[in-house]
Design a protein. Structure first.
Length: 226
């Protein structure tokens, strides 16, 4: 009898230690944070932009995103019914940020200074988020009309921003040669910037000056003389 009591006494601290370890393990798990609708949507978009910029579309899983956001998959699907919906929403936000950076350029600058300032703002933004830019301009889920519309929307807004408020506007609005040439220049800028993000062989200033010189060479060809 005495031997059994001694064994029981020896075992009791171990049980308490196990309970303490269990409680400590539970304490180490961070509780879920309740966010309002806008905050949660912003959080999910931020995670999506980071994930889809770093990895291919097929390599990003909803399970991983939900785990990182510390929410259930069901709640994530409440905000974005499919992974594609989340991807497209993330692309739209990247596009809005890019265009917003460029449209902040003051309109009172001389034409060449305005172009340089716009390109500086553009390259500053790209430098901060190079992978997101490449992800935006390359699409990522094949031939998807909604993704294509987001990318084309960026091109159209950049073209409109270039034309708006410049001394060229009254002469060049509706000029097919000008519009074709400048849209072609925008395509060149896109491609060269992607190449620069992946394999930078020019400095940022060299790239900006190259874009500027080519644009004004184009304008010299298409702007009506006299």
């Amino acid at each position: 009898m005495a031997a059994r009591i001694s064994v029981m006494i020896l075992q009791m601290p171990r049980r308490r230690a196990v309970k303490r370890a269990t409680r400590a393990g539970r304490t180490a798990v961070k509780p879920r944070v309740r966010l309002d609708t806008d905050e949660r949507r912003a959080q999910l978009l931020s995670l999506a932009k980071a994930s889809f910029s770093m990895r291919a579309y097929d390599d990003v899983s909803i399970d991983d995103l939900a785990r990182e956001a510390r929410i259930s998959k069901g709640l994530l699907y409440h905000y974005f019914p499919t992974k594609r919906d989340l991807y497209v929403a993330g692309l739209r936000e990247i596009a809005d940020e890019l265009v917003g950076a460029i449209t902040s350029v003051p309109e009172h600058l001389a034409p060449i200074e305005r172009v340089r300032a716009g390109l500086d703002a553009y390259l500053d933004h790209v430098t901060r988020v190079p992978q997101a830019f490449v992800s935006l301009m390359r699409g990522g889920i094949g031939s998807d009309p909604e993704v294509a519309a987001v990318i084309e929307g960026v091109r159209t807004r950049l073209f409109e921003q270039f034309l708006h408020g410049t001394p060229f506007a009254p002469v060049l609005a509706g000029n097919a040669r000008f519009e074709t040439a400048v849209r072609g220049w925008i395509g060149f800028v896109e491609y060269a910037t992607i190449e620069w993000c992946v394999k930078p062989r020019l400095s940022r200033e060299e790239l900006r000056d190259l874009f500027t010189e080519i644009l004004f060479a184009i304008l010299g060809v298409v702007v009506p003389k006299g």
